[in-house]
Design a protein around this ligand. Structure first.
Ligand SMILES: [Zn+2]
Ligand SMILES: [Zn+2]
Length: 157
């Protein structure tokens, strides 16, 4: 899947992808997601979170209702799921294949998730035997961006 590139003509920035992932996760607890909650989760000021939400809305990735919060559009949701899939597959690959300590895989995956090709994603998936969970126990969306059956959907990391 190549949604991280297909929505706009240019690749979406790492920051945009991180925000979409965070909104997706927060929305599972409470939707719409307040800009305050989003700012806290991302460790940024409310002003920067608000500016980003406007940008996401302009890109057609989120919808924003003043004083209520934001929700992802279907396009934004697909990007979020794609990033979560890359992130969790990479975490598992780093831990299982390269022996990276489980405490360190998150930060590494946070960078690599934006640059791997779709072919590499598929190869990692196959090499790991099409895994359903990352080393933290969180579910991995499959190649169709569906959650594995019986999973509690997206979790903390
Ligand atoms: Zn992680
Ligand atoms: Zn990242």
């Amino acid at each position: 899947m190549a949604y991280t590139r297909s929505v706009s003509k240019e690749p979406l920035s790492d920051a945009i992808q991180h925000y979409l992932r965070e909104i997706y996760k927060l929305a599972q607890q409470r939707s719409p997601v307040s800009v305050t909650a989003l700012a806290q989760a991302q460790g940024v000021s409310a002003a920067s979170a608000s500016a980003m939400v406007k940008k996401l809305a302009a890109l057609g990735l989120a919808e924003h209702a003043p004083y209520r919060g934001c929700t992802l559009t279907p396009a934004g949701e697909r990007v979020a799921l794609e990033v979560i899939r890359h992130h969790r597959l990479l975490e598992l690959y780093l831990a299982e294949t390269l022996g990276v300590h489980v405490d360190d895989v998150h930060d590494e995956a946070d960078r690599l998730e934006h640059v791997i090709s779709e072919e590499l994603e598929a190869r990692i998936d196959r090499a790991l035997g099409f895994p359903t969970h990352d080393p933290h126990g969180d579910p991995i969306p499959d190649a169709n961006l569906e959650w594995p059956l019986g999973s509690g959907r997206a979790s903390s990391r």
